[in-house]
Write a protein that binds this ligand. Structure first.
Ligand SMILES: [Zn+2]
Length: 249
């Protein structure tokens, strides 16, 4: 399918679902944790079991998250995040499923009711025991290495960034909403995900089997490219810029 035809189908969609991964945020300056050079190579993510078991692992978690917190003060949503908001404003967006924990979709203005953050968010801190939510600034500005790692003022439970860590179970309600949207989509668009990890890779398959038109926009090829009706390998900002210039859009 050519870009013009895809743009035309997109403009007629009444149940549009976007699925986004790290690729949409790298264009805002958030490094992919797999790519070299960023904070993600300086501080390794901590396994959830280790976080629970050891203060040294918790220190490692807070070092990483404090560096991330400092980085997130500077990054802003880009044309890709904004374009998705525009589909919501036109009443076309059924849902946005993201693997990203950088909170940029929320910052761009996507409604909470239309957004599933599959891997949680680094823009909040929660208590693992009583689930009390804390604003990051209150926690990160106070903690530095050498101090005990942060605990809850209500129940003394461990505090942790509200992202889903490796080894931590996926949020049930978020998974169910993502599954439902995938089944109900008439157009399902993957943006900036390599689709190499589960459950991420299952949602485009569910959408396609349920009758949706499947589009994949990613810099590199993905394992699901053969399943896609429309494919674009290239920069995401450039793709949305081109899409905006088309008459059918
Ligand atoms: Zn608590």
């Amino acid at each position: 399918m050519k870009l013009e035809e895809f743009a035309s189908r997109l403009s007629k969609s009444e149940a549009l679902v976007f699925f986004t991964g790290a690729g949409i945020s790298t264009e805002s300056g958030v490094p992919d944790f797999r790519s070299p050079g960023g904070v993600w190579t300086k501080y390794q993510p901590v396994l959830f079991q280790d976080f629970l078991a050891s203060e040294a692992a918790r220190v490692q978690h807070w070092q990483l998250k404090k560096a991330t917190y400092e980085l997130f003060k500077t990054v802003k949503p880009n044309i890709g995040h904004q374009a998705i908001c525009e589909f919501e404003q036109r009443g076309q967006l059924l849902g946005l499923i993201t693997q990203n924990i950088d909170g940029l979709h929320k910052l761009a203005g996507t409604s909470a009711t239309r957004l599933v953050e599959l891997h949680g968010t680094d823009r909040l801190v929660t208590c693992l025991k009583c689930a009390k939510v804390f604003q990051p600034s209150d926690v990160y500005e106070k903690w530095h290495e050498g101090l005990p790692t942060p605990t809850c003022d209500a129940c003394s439970g461990f505090l942790k960034s509200a992202n889903i860590s490796f080894g931590q179970s996926m949020p049930v309600e978020a998974m169910q909403r993502a599954q439902r949207w995938s089944e109900q989509a008439d157009v399902f668009v993957v943006i900036g995900s390599s689709l190499q990890v589960q459950p991420a890779a299952s949602f485009p398959v569910i959408a396609k089997r349920s009758g949706a038109l499947l589009a994949i926009v990613n810099r590199d090829p993905t394992p699901l490219d053969d399943l896609a009706d429309f494919r674009h390998n290239g920069a995401i900002g450039e793709f949305f810029t081109r899409l905006r210039t088309l008459p059918s859009h």
